[in-house]
Design a protein around this ligand. Sequence first.
Ligand code: CAA
Length: 379
Amino acid sequence: MDFELSGEQLALQETARRFARDEVAPAAAQYDQSAEFPREIIEKAWELGLLNTVIPEDCGGLGLTSLDACLITEEIAWGCGGIATSVMCNDLALTPILVAGSAAQKSEWLTACTERFLLASFCLSEPNAGSDVAGLQLQARKDGDAYVLDGTKCWITNGGVADFYTVFATLDRNARHKGICAFVVSADTPGVEAGKKEDKMGQRASNTCAIHFDGARVPAAQRLGEEGEGFKIAMRTLDRTRPPIGALATGIAQRALDESIAYARERKAFGTPIGGFQAVQFMLADMAKEIEASRLLTQQSAWLVDRGLRASKHSSIAKCFATDAAMRITTEAVQIFGGNGYTKEYPVEKLMRDAKLMQIYEGTNQIQRLVIARELLKE
Ligand code: CAA
């Protein structure tokens, strides 16, 4: 076992760290306030090769690993959780093409993302089917050499700004997971329209909105895999994308610890810096413990993905542990900052708001526990 990163990985981590400190962190508060989409920053990430980590070399990508993606995501999330979500959203949307696309589909959609700056979104959740993917209702109807899509997706990250979507729809609602198909759909397809943008509590730099499909005609050539394979494509995607979510949470938590240490050194109470009090020291120590565990679990699950092994249990453990830990750690950071921590003048209340979303998206932490328990019982 070797915990050391390679020279290439250290260089990649350093590029992401510089980008996070120089470009992301200074702009984070402004985007949090305005809730505007940080297009220029995301484009800069693309120029630096930090976007689209899943694209293999034979499609023009850098051929990065899941572990590489975790290193990048943790650094960017240190700068801003919302911007990190916008960056990693492309990987989430491109992974169904990677796991189920034909050579022609990969070359059309993945290669395009390396040639020009394109944004993609993953359209799975619906108003009445968030956790219960097999219960989704977006209707797909076969019509000649195309499918016609009708229905609504919601809580779609980068929804209003994406150039294309990976969309999950059902041919037969009664067939549950066996009726689901996956498609790649261009955002300018007639009948596809972005809906209301959500006014979120945290991660306000990421764009979240509904997408409406009203008789949208999608060529059959844009179906990924066979009819009825969509559910498994979605599950295989989430197995791969949950490790970077663990890394995103670790980045937010690390920022909370760094801010807390700096504050504990400076802030005085009873005539001494508060870092001198055991009450604060123990909080910092517990935060550090949980961050180390989050990072190791995340990197272990990414390692499994990189070896092509089924990672469902470990990906869910990493996502669940790291995001619950980030919630606790950012809440503790607000406590260490006291009254100052509760105001927008200091950075920690944003970290706490940003962390909360992590326990909800990419499968709630209740769903992660369900996946873990099912895998345990299967074993
Ligand atoms: N890989 C491959 N196949 C899998 C699989 C996996 N990880 N998990 C399940 N399957 C297979 C099963 O083996 C089964 O196959 P058979 O039909 O051949 O027997 C089939 O899929 C159905 O599986 P289940 O019976 O386990 O399905 P279920 O209906 O009980 O649901 C669930 C499982 C885990 C609850 C699933 O619905 C789920 O993951 N829900 C959470 C959804 C989620 O994470 N949404 C996030 C949206 S994206 C997002 O939030 C991102 C963002 O904005 C940033």
